[in-house]
Write a protein that binds this ligand. Structure first.
Ligand SMILES: Nc1ncnc2c1ncn2[C@@H]1O[C@H](COP(=O)(O)OP(=O)(O)OP(=O)(O)O)[C@@H](O)[C@H]1O
Length: 614
């Protein structure tokens, strides 16, 4: 079949289509030539009006900032200060809005909020509902607003329905098949279901970053098991001694675990046993409904020896009633690219794909000066690459985050905060390449790439004093800023003005203001102050990023040097972040570096014979 006539599907889906024995018998499994029609199921709530939302948020933050600017500096670490205004800093309470004394200091003109990025959201909210979260970065040739238009596919809707009906299940799918989009929807629906008893829902992931992305916590911390090295019995008695943990287990009715591929199989068994012991029930997982997702072809559990995957756990089959494989690939629309990635996923590359990957070593040229993000296997590589590029730009502006929260133990708080995407210290300079780490509206989303073009005092920006250069600016009007050399001379601290590339090749400039990233204890009331929070600009340097951090991201421009790849699944995770071949550069490609774990390949074969009983 000619590639162009096929819809983008994972290789496993095609295996199923050929063998007709894949996934749920009730699931609508498209043939490889049939596009899946998407049904809005259940009917989506109207997306929030971002302008109004932003305006309200803007007003809120501005009030807090203005209030804070009038206060003497509290004795906490310097928050959000730039080198030019070291002492003017808001308190976290002001910014989070928990301080009732925050007064309105000035009113911004109506257009201000329209193009400024300000919000008071938790990390979870940047990854909230499907309708708000998924249009990836700035420059891919995507014409439609996906934020407003993401409807669950039939496959996704089917799984959602089964979850709502109380089934324990595991769903997988290759990179970009919408596992995260579905999970966010599941979380949303379950949150509504348990709105009166929020403790009934446990939202967890195998790693801190993944947990942060869904507004949850690590499974270790949720379960109260520390490192979880003891036996299940010892861990259960440890939990019993901790009132909080024991109550959590007792109240939980549904447990979500994301990024299951990185959870050790032995730990899965321990959790399943602990659940039975604490719930005093012989039922699978002590009667707790488990909703598990991840892709075992991506990053494996951290292990010095042979990893034991969760699917190898003794109690896996008993705990998971249904297994589903999402088949429709959303991230990439080019069927050829989807094929190449799937071959890579299984570690079995055809000569044609090898040749195609080798061709991707060419330089990527874009006329908006935004370079591909380099993905590195190790964090040191990321830091040094970003630092070197930044230093070359000269005059730096530094923004120290302000941290707060009800957790007073500094080690514990630090551990939680270390999983926030928003950095503790952010240094920027004119021309720095940055990535937005939250969703703002249809065109500015988590993953959007841009370049700092100046620094502006929010007052000047609001008044339009800085407006001089309107060329190639989207949504500009009187608010556009010209790149300035160095900080503003205005009365307030300068914030970065970032120019983001848009899908249609145009640019959009925005003033980026700080916001609050929060970690909330499960079941906490909305009025309760967060357990840990960090106030920081929603930006990270984006010349380079770790593969680990990139898991879950969708990137339009990616450069990967495969020479340094050391782990199975790493090359696949890195390359599958790209939305198109045009936006992907691959250096040092050697077929031998593409490794899939033999145990996962084997398991996936047995998976394709599973007949779901629904
Ligand atoms: N039902 C849908 N309709 C339209 N787009 C979708 C849908 N589901 C997912 N997408 C889009 O597909 C892309 C990938 O989705 P998502 O990140 O959820 O995939 P994933 O399976 O979690 O990927 P990975 O395993 O690589 O992290 C996103 O840009 C998202 O917006």
């Amino acid at each position: 079949m000619p590639a162009a006539s096929r819809t983008s599907q994972s290789g496993l889906a095609r295996a199923k289509n050929r063998e007709d024995q894949w996934g749920s018998s009730n699931m609508s499994q498209p043939s490889s030539s049939q596009p899946i029609d998407w049904e809005p199921t259940p009917p989506k709530p109207k997306p929030k009006a971002p302008k109004r939302d932003n305006a309200a948020r803007m007003k809120f933050i501005e009030q807090a900032l203005a209030e804070a600017a009038q206060k003497p500096a509290p004795s906490q670490p310097t928050p959000l200060t730039t080198s030019s205004v070291p002492n003017k800093r808001p308190s976290t309470d002001d910014i989070t809005g928990n301080n009732a004394t925050a007064k309105k200091a000035r009113v911004l003109p109506p257009g201000y909020a329209k193009q400024s990025i300000v919000a008071s959201t938790s990390p979870s909210s940047r990854s909230t509902p499907a309708a708000q979260s998924n249009t990836p970065s700035s420059s891919a040739p995507r014409s439609k607003s996906k934020l407003a238009g993401v409807f669950l596919s039939k496959e996704q809707s089917h799984i959602l329905r089964l979850v709502q009906e109380g089934n324990s299940l595991f769903y997988t799918g290759s990179a970009g098949t919408g596992k995260s989009v579905l999970l966010r929807e599941i979380i949303k629906v379950l949150r509504m279901k348990f709105s009166r008893n929020p403790d009934s829902l446990g939202i967890t992931a195998s790693t801190g970053i993944a947990a942060c992305n869904i507004g949850g916590q690590t499974i270790h911390s949720w379960a109260g098991i520390g490192l979880g090295v003891e036996s299940a019995e010892e861990l259960a008695s440890k939990i019993r001694k901790n009132k909080k943990s024991v109550t959590r287990w007792a109240r939980t009715r549904v447990l979500i675990i994301d990024e299951i591929s990185m959870l050790d199989g032995n730990l899965f068994d321990k959790l399943a046993k602990i659940a039975k012991m604490l719930k005093k029930s012989p039922e699978p997982f002590g009667g707790i409904q488990v909703v598990i997702t991840g892709d075992f072809f991506q990053l494996p559990p951290v292990s010095r020896t042979q990893p034991k995957f969760a699917f190898e756990a003794e109690l896996w089959t008993e705990s998971i009633k249904h297994t589903f494989n999402l088949t429709k690939v959303f991230r990439q629309s080019d069927p050829r690219f989807v094929d190449m990635l799937n071959e890579m996923r299984f570690g079995t590359l055809s000569q044609r794909s090898i040749d195609e990957f080798k061709k991707l070593s060419r330089d990527l040229q874009f006329n908006d000066n935004i370079e591909p993000t380099e993905l590195y296997p190790m964090r040191e590589g990321v830091d040094s690459a970003n630092r070197a590029r930044l230093r070359a730009l000269g005059s730096l502006q530094s923004y120290a985050a302000m941290e707060s929260g009800t957790i007073t133990d500094p080690t514990q708080r630090e551990k939680i905060l270390s999983n926030f995407m928003a950095p503790k210290h952010l240094e920027l300079a004119i021309n720095a390449q940055v990535m937005l780490i939250k969703n703002v509206d249809e065109t500015l989303v988590n993953g959007s790439l841009g370049r700092v073009v100046g620094f502006a005092d929010p007052d000047d920006y609001a008044k339009g004093d800085s407006a001089q250069d309107a060329s190639g600016v989207v949504g500009g009007g009187s608010m556009n800023l010209t790149a300035k050399k160095g900080p503003s001379t205005g009365s307030r601290k300068p914030y970065p003005v970032v120019e983001f590339g848009m899908t249609n090749g145009t640019k959009r400039r925005v003033l980026v203001l700080p916001e609050v990233f929060k970690f909330e204890q499960p079941g906490a009331q909305p009025s309760t102050p967060p357990a840990a929070s960090r106030t920081q600009l929603p930006l990270i340097l984006a010349w380079a990023m770790s593969i680990h951090k990139s898991q879950g991201q969708t990137l339009d421009r990616v450069r990967v040097d495969l020479k340094k790849i050391f782990e199975k699944g790493q090359a696949y995770v890195a390359l599958s972040r790209a939305t198109s071949l045009e936006g992907l550069q691959v250096l040092n490609f050697k077929p031998g570096q593409v490794m899939a774990h033999p145990k996962v390949i084997q398991w996936s074969k047995s998976l394709s014979t599973i007949q779901d009983d629904l």
